[in-house]
Ligand binder design. Structure first.
Ligand SMILES: Nc1nc2c(c(=O)[nH]1)N[C@H]1C(S)=C(S)[C@@H](COP(=O)(O)OP(=O)(O)OC[C@H]3O[C@@H](n4cnc5c(=O)[nH]c(N)nc54)[C@H](O)[C@@H]3O)O[C@H]1N2
Ligand SMILES: Nc1nc2c(c(=O)[nH]1)N[C@H]1C(S)=C(S)[C@@H](COP(=O)(O)OP(=O)(O)OC[C@H]3O[C@@H](n4cnc5c(=O)[nH]c(N)nc54)[C@H](O)[C@@H]3O)O[C@H]1N2
Ligand SMILES: [Mo]
Length: 923
């Protein structure tokens, strides 16, 4: 509709407010209680204007077709100015010294011509709260506008803040009014970002020499893919703020993306290549380092054949870097031995979703969550691991959506759930089958959809006879009534969405978990149908979807095109000028086994700390030691770097150009905000330089060239280019042509399976690879915590450590009492493979018999404990189930219970079992 603002005509969308119309006309009308991300409150009276002949608060008044808005109406202006004057009369004049770009209040004063003389609050001394490393409160600057409180409630969903006190003494307080750092604040920065006066700020933000550059890029922590504005000053980061209006995060962020960036300039960041001389890593020149890697790789290739070299590419790196990595390995080395950490995380999603629906990605965009009336959350802890998604789920639940959580722990969302199935780790397939059984029992089925668009219903129905809730309740340690309730809650919803994580995939039967979960969406017709919300794997790393999409996998070329297909090999071979090797390569766990047996001689590892993050770390160390050559690209001297012969210093995501693909299949631009420190280089440049040291030319000098070549060879990415992403913003794949928008929702016109139908899977429950027994009676679940990230290499080098300085073992008070362990006591945790010591934290979020810890600290050494068991289909490790013994430290177990290292047995040694008889281990 068209609105007149003064003499300017502006076109605004239906439903726009008068304020939006004014802003669209280019006027920065002050509005101190308003934030686009919040519901309008209209309380501060600073945005008064005359519209349609009345004086109105522009932020709460809807614009109307043909409306005239007058900004210079004397009565409105006077009232607005008086409102601001009243506010500032209680503030100290230093409020006016804050740079205008950081203070809406300063801009409002300029707008109304209010000067320092009006500020009369110098006498107040309500003090500061600087207890939190990132959120700093100066109470005397608070105007009690309530925006911080609303951000915390409406956007973050944490409700940590409130306004306390009366009249002019009203001020924001966190939690029960104690120090901010001990409140439930999760450090998302939303309050800081919204504060109009600087009462809430972050270190370094207000004492500004002006910011020189702002770069819009994509966060390099988790797979949510938040768009961030990185503000730099003198070549270092001054602050990072979420980009307003960005499609995925909508102006929100989390403590990692928003604040945890000082690792970029950490003192121990690698700034020059290292080579091993006399057993020690010493700094050297690029020339010497690359010549050495080139010579030794070529030597190993020529003596032992190309398959004696294996590369692990990085889900932290860009698409372009991953594309280049697989091209390097396939053409310069001549092997398909390339994999990425998707193997450790969502390989079962790629396999399971492809088998069920034909494509390896989640089926719907996150935006569809806005429509969901039921969220089924299985084995995911998004308020810690994907916080922006976690917050969105909370908002949806607070707005009335039902929530079913399946997780052995009482996570934050589990505590909010209508039904929480606190199922035993490793019991997913039985639980999902029980839910499917009940959907059939209650006839909560999409009959037409099942007939027309699916296969496998009869076999599934047969199998499910054995999975009545009463039977499964026993096996999974949940109540049968809760299983029925969960099935009905999900089955009766009109727009259910399934969201899941590693609690489904990181199991000996992870792919079966994905398939049996997908069954639930299929039975309800909740995927591939108009208005559906689909099934969303919460992919972990910033670019784990992309690393796999780009073909950094042993069996597929870019776009999941099988390397065994001769036609595809010819196509890529012709474009690359070298034949593509025919035999599928090794997966990560197989690479380690092969290194130990001597089949693999060189490991080239890009941005993955395999010695810390892969399971059964003793076995990984043995593989590293057995290798003739270990090369790694790293930001820091990681545990893997300590085993390397050559370490090449890499640029971080804040120093790179390229793209990432987030968890809902969006290609998003990554742009360098900083120069890499010292002589560190992007993984892209490192690979190009190495290829040239080996006498090859990969033919892709710039990241944009790599994207273009990938698009030319891969139909599902054909429409994607840097140019287009810069012009149009993020694009979903499949995107088959440069004039196509990209498919946000998949399968609406048929599933991508060979027969075009969604495949229901009849999969029996099989027990986990490892079971507790008398010697190892506890079950260890490993996972994540909000403020740290994976091996912690980045977050441990930031002030996030002020919030979580070390790892703890969560143990139920009943178990602790039985063991004679008090809060804070040191406990030894022993598995069949290793031992570690942690501090006990008593918690009722875990059930008796189970303990939980995260793997963010090297001294926690959790992967010394985890096992070699992997998903029988994809080789994804069983990180979620490890049998351990917990004892007070000092009470040492006999060493004989720890197995000597040996190559892992080959997968798929498990047959089907009778589910009623399969229960083992008690708790
Ligand atoms: N803060 C933070 N965020 C991260 C990361 C990080 O390290 N820190 N890492 C990123 C990465 S790489 C990934 S892959 C994602 C992972 O994100 P998530 O998948 O959410 O992470 P986890 O905490 O490993 O596991 C999720 C949940 O699975 C539950 N679970 C364990 N066993 C079972 C089971 O048998 N059945 C069911 N139903 N649930 C089970 C656990 O109790 C846990 O709550 O997070 C990403 N985001
Ligand atoms: N016990 C247990 N272990 C687990 C898991 C679990 O749940 N439990 N989860 C598993 C999962 S899902 C994952 S994804 C893995 C993650 O395991 P990793 O991938 O090993 O962990 P990260 O800490 O993400 O980072 C890898 C390394 O890359 C470096 N790095 C960061 N950015 C770049 C870059 O741009 N270039 C280069 N060259 N290097 C870079 C970092 O410094 C870091 O050392 O851990 C797995 N390990
Ligand atoms: Mo992951």
């Amino acid at each position: 509709m068209r609105v007149m603002v003064g003499r300017t005509a502006v076109d605004v969308a239906d439903g726009a407010t008068v304020l939006e119309a004014v802003r669209a006309s280019g006027v920065d009308l002050p509005s101190l209680c308003h934030d686009d991300r919040l519901s309008p409150r209209g309380s501060c009276r600073t945005c008064l204007v005359r519209a349609a002949s009345r004086i109105v608060a522009s932020c709460t008044t809807p614009a109307a077709e043909g409306m005239h808005v007058e900004l210079d109406d004397p009565a409105a202006q006077q009232a607005a100015k008086a409102a601001v004057e009243l506010m500032v009369s209680e503030l100290p004049a230093r409020a006016l010294e804050i740079p205008a770009e950081r203070s809406e209040l300063v801009r409002a004063c300029t707008y109304f011509g209010i000067t320092a003389g009006s500020f009369a609050g110098a006498g107040h001394d309500r003090g500061t709260d600087h207890s939190h490393p990132y959120v700093k409160l100066d109470r005397d600057l608070c105007i009690a506008c309530g925006r911080c409180v609303a951000m915390c409630a409406e956007v973050q969903g944490t409700f940590a803040l409130e306004l306390t006190g009366r009249g002019f003494d009203t001020v924001v307080a966190a939690g029960d009014g104690g120090p901010w750092v001990s409140s439930p604040c999760v450090g998302c920065g939303g309050c800081v970002d919204s504060c109009p006066t600087g009462a809430l700020s972050e270190p370094g933000l207000l004492d500004l020499t002006p910011i020189t550059t702002t770069t819009t890029t994509t966060c390099g922590y988790c797979g949510v893919g938040c768009t961030l504005d990185v503000h730099t000053r003198d070549g270092t980061i001054a602050a990072i703020t979420p980009t307003h209006g960005a499609p995925v995060n909508r102006g929100h962020a989390c403590i990692k993306g928003r604040f945890a960036h000082t690792f970029t300039r950490a003192d121990d960041r690698l700034i020059a290549p290292l080579v091993r001389r006399d057993g020690h890593l010493v700094e050297t020149s690029w020339q010497e380092a690359l010549t050495e890697v080139a010579r030794r790789l070529a030597g190993i290739r020529d003596r032992h054949g190309p398959d004696s070299i294996a590369m692990i590419s990085s889900a932290r790196a860009t698409n372009e870097e991953n594309y280049l990595a697989q091209k390097f390995v396939r053409t310069v080395i001549g092997t398909n031995n390339i994999d990425n950490c998707s193997r450790l995380c969502h390989a079962p999603s790629a396999a399971g979703l492809t088998a069920s629906f034909g494509l390896a990605g989640g089926t719907n965009p996150l935006d569809d969550l806005d429509r969901a009336d039921c969220v089924l959350l299985a084995g995911a802890n998004p308020t810690e691991a994907h916080p922006v998604v976690g917050a969105r789920i909370k908002q949806q639940v607070l707005a009335g959506a039902r929530l079913v959580v399946i997780d052995p722990r009482r996570t934050e969302l589990a505590a909010l759930a209508d039904v929480h199935l606190q199922a035993r780790p490793g019991s997913n397939v039985a639980v999902f089958n029980a839910l499917a059984h009940q959907l059939i029992e209650d006839d909560l089925l999409a009959h037409d959809f099942l007939t027309e668009r699916t296969t496998g219903l009869d076999d599934l129905t047969d199998l499910l006879q054995d999975y009545a809730p009463g039977t499964v309740a026993n096996l999974a340690d949940v109540r049968s009534a809760d299983l029925i309730d969960a099935a009905r809650t999900f089955g009766r919803a009109e727009h259910p969405v399934i969201i899941y994580g590693l609690g489904v995939t990181e199991h000996a039967h992870g792919t079966d978990g994905v398939r049996t979960l997908a069954n639930l969406a299929i039975l309800r017709g909740a995927v591939g149908t108009p208005g559906c919300c689909g099934i969303l794997p919460l992919r972990g790393q910033n670019n784990v979807q992309g690393a796999s999409d780009m073909g950094a996998l042993p069996d597929v070329l870019p776009g999941y095109q099988p390397v065994t297909d001769p036609v595809l090999r010819d196509r890529f071979g012709a474009a690359w000028g070298r034949p593509v090797p025919e035999r599928p390569g090794l997966r990560i766990p197989q690479m380690f086994d092969a290194a130990i047996t001597g089949e693999v001689r060189a490991l080239h590892v890009i941005g993955e700390d395999i010695a810390a993050s892969d399971p059964n770390a003793g076995h990984v160390r043995a593989a590293l030691q057995a290798s003739e050559l270990v090369v790694c690209h790293e930001l820091f001297r990681s545990q893997t770097a300590e085993h390397a012969d050559v370490v090449l210093p890499a640029a971080s995501f804040l120093e790179k150009d390229g793209t990432f693909v987030n968890f809902d299949r969006r290609f998003q631009r990554v742009r360098p905000a900083l120069a890499p420190p010292g002589s560190a280089a992007t993984d892209f440049d490192i690979l190009n330089r190495l290829a040239s040291a080996m006498g090859a030319d990969l033919g892709l000098p710039e990241p944009a060239d790599a994207m273009a070549e990938c698009a030319s060879l891969t139909a599902v990415f054909a429409g994607i280019s840097h140019e287009r992403l810069d012009a149009e913003g993020p694009l979903h794949w499949p995107c088959r042509a440069s004039d196509e928008p990209g498919e946000a929702v998949l399968h609406l016109n048929g599933f991508a399976t060979p027969d075009g139908r969604a495949a229901l899977a009849a999969r029996p429950y099989l027990p986990p690879g490892e079971q507790p027994d008398a010697q190892f009676p506890h079950l260890l679940v490993t996972g994540r915590r909000l403020v740290h990230y994976n091996t912690g290499s980045m977050t441990r080098r930031t002030d996030n450590t002020a919030l979580v300085p070390a790892e703890t073992l969560e143990i139920h008070p009943a178990d602790a009492a039985q063991l004679g362990v008090a809060e804070g006591a040191a406990v030894t945790i022993t598995s069949r493979r290793g031992r570690t010591t942690l501090t006990a934290h008593l918690s009722r979020d875990v059930v008796p018999g189970q303990v939980f810890a995260a793997f963010h600290f090297p001294d926690a050494a959790l992967n010394d404990l985890t096992s070699h068991h992997t998903d029988t289909v994809t080789g994804c490790p069983e990180y979620k189930v490890t049998a351990v013994r917990v004892q007070p430290a000092g009470q040492q177990p006999s060493a004989s219970s720890i197995e000597a290292d040996r190559p892992s047995p080959s997968p798929s040694d498990t047959g089907t079992v009778d589910i009623a008889g399969s229960r083992s281990g008690d708790r």
